[in-house]
Structures are given as C-alpha cells and as structure tokens.
Design a protein around this ligand. Structure first.
Ligand code: RIB
Length: 293
C-alpha cells in the first residue's frame, strides 16, 4: 500500500552552538550544515527509508528544485509537489552541546497547497493506504477530510503544536501523535481525543499508544544523542511505514523508537534518518547484546 504525506519541505540551516541563545544574547556557531528538512519531508523520508512506497504532496518555490530532487533521491514520488511563486520554506536550527534544539521556520511555499492538487494526488488512494499530516502546511483539514472519506488511515503529527489546528483536523484523524505536555493540554481541552487513537511520545521515557480499551508502552532505547532535531518526524514516519507493512501497535512503536534512537546519534534531519536495514540491525544488537549495541 502507499503512504501519502502532505508535508512541509524546508531548507534546514543547522548551527552547532555551545548553548541555545537566550533573549538578547549573540553567540558564535562552531558549525553549520545545510540540508533537506521540514517535518513533512522528514516524515516522508523516514517512511521511505523504512521501506514504504511514499507519495509526497507539497510545494516549493522557484529555488526548490534541489529539495524535490533530494526527496526523489530517497525513492519518493514527488509528482504532486508544486512549484509556486513563494520561496521554499526554510528553518534556522540551533543545536546546543546537549543535542537539544531551538527552531525558527519561515513557511514560505508550504502555505501554498491546493485542493485540486491534493484531490488529484489522492484520487487512487483507498482503504489500506495512509495519509500523514503535520502542522507546517496549509490545507491540512481539507486533505484529512478527503482521505478519511476515502477510507485511508489518517495520521496527524501535531507539530508545531497548536490547539486550534488540532481541534480542526481531529474529527478526520485516526491516529494522533503528541508529546506528553501536548497530551495534557489536549486532555484538558477535549477530555479525550474524540475517537482518535493517540501516540504520546515521552522523550527518554519512551512512548505510549492509547487506544479504545487499552494502551501499549515501549521504553526508549538509551543512546548518546548529538542532535534531537527531527526525531519526532523520524518516529512518526517510521510508525506509518511499520503499520503499512502490517506490524501491530507494539511492533510499530518498537521499530519507530529504534529508528529515532539511531537518528539522534547523527547530526541533521532528513539526512540522518536510518534505513530499515540499519534499524533492524540495531534491534538485533539490542535483543542480543553479545553482538554489541
Ligand atoms: O522537526 C524538525 C523540522 O522542523 C526541521 O527539519 C525543520 O525544517 C522544521 O520543520
């Protein structure tokens, strides 16, 4: 089956800094890398690296050819990526010595999605397929509504978190991904996630999948993180791919946790996402420490 992703495409400018700057402070970065990013692009790359057939729906500016080529290089179908007048989105990412980050995004072309293009991209989609969404593009609700009506699994990664955006899209969502703080805000606002199953990521504590009648938990894999940027994207794209190939909730969470654990040991976003082979080798080492983790 196919994983469709309506998602942001950004040029990531990643600055390695001794610590995240505080208001009014100027600091010098000791490293700079540029690469493909955007929560949507990262999720598409994660799903593709995990072995799924992926179609990316998005938009770039006239300066965005390189980003589309990068997505295509991961085997992603980029036919529904439009070139619009606005510049390609970009992100300024500061990464501190502890691996934590602070990000400013300029959305640019990501806010120029179109109903007709989304409908055309999803025309052949149906039950068994998946739509992945995040909160960095326009047209999330329209896409979710259409996909749900066609019987797709709709996964919404509520990042960057905005309660109003979640409320709008939630009626069409089958699986919602939030962190622990966001889950508490959602519970306070809505009482429950209105029928959607919910994955709550809890950082070093692991992740929990809540569904009607139960929950599944997986612990995080302990690793030395150098850059946590995009770990959530890697996680949810990996979940989508794992479900697509028939893993159950526990198996999908475990696979995605391992993928995210590997990703944070590397600097960067899309380029740091591991392949299915790497993730399965890691899981094998964890299960059998004699092979060396
Ligand atoms: O989640 C990480 C992503 O957030 C980065 O790739 C950046 O582009 C922003 O969208």
């Amino acid at each position: 089956m196919t994983v469709y992703c309506l998602g942001s495409i950004n040029a990531d400018h990643v600055y390695s800094v001794p610590h995240l700057p505080v208001p009014g402070e100027t600091i010098a970065a000791h490293g700079l890398t540029r690469g493909l990013g955007g929560k949507g692009a990262n999720q598409s790359v994660a799903a593709a690296r995990a072995g799924a057939d992926v179609v990316h729906i998005g938009a770039v500016g006239p300066d965005g050819d390189w980003a589309v080529a990068r997505l295509a290089g991961f085997g992603i179908d980029t036919a529904p990526v439009a070139v619009v007048e606005d510049p390609t989105g970009h992100a300024i990412i500061n990464v501190g010595a502890d691996g934590e980050n602070a990000i400013v995004i300029y959305p640019g072309a990501n806010l120029r999605q179109g109903d007709a293009r989304i409908a055309a991209a999803l025309a052949q989609a149906g039950p068994g397929d998946t739509l992945l969404l995040q909160n960095e593009t326009s047209h999330q609700v329209q896409a979710a509504c259409l996909a749900a009506a066609q019987g797709l699994r709709v996964i919404y990664s509520a990042a960057p978190f905005d309660l109003d955006a979640v409320a709008s899209v939630l009626p069409h969502v089958s699986l919602l991904a939030v962190n622990a703080i966001e889950a508490a805000q959602l519970d306070a606002a809505f009482g429950a996630a209105r029928g959607a199953e919910v994955i709550v990521t809890e950082g070093a504590q692991g992740a929990c999948w809540r569904f009607d009648g139960g929950e599944v938990r997986v612990p995080a894999f302990p690793v030395q993180a150098v850059d946590t940027t995009g770990a959530g994207d890697c996680f949810i794209g990996s979940v989508a791919a794992a479900l697509d190939r028939g893993l159950d909730r526990a198996g999908a969470l475990r696979f995605a946790s391992a993928a995210a654990a590997l990703q944070v040991t590397r600097l960067g976003t899309a380029d740091a996402i591991p392949s299915r082979t790497e993730v399965e080798a890691f899981l094998g080492r964890v299960q059998d420490p004699a092979k060396g983790a």
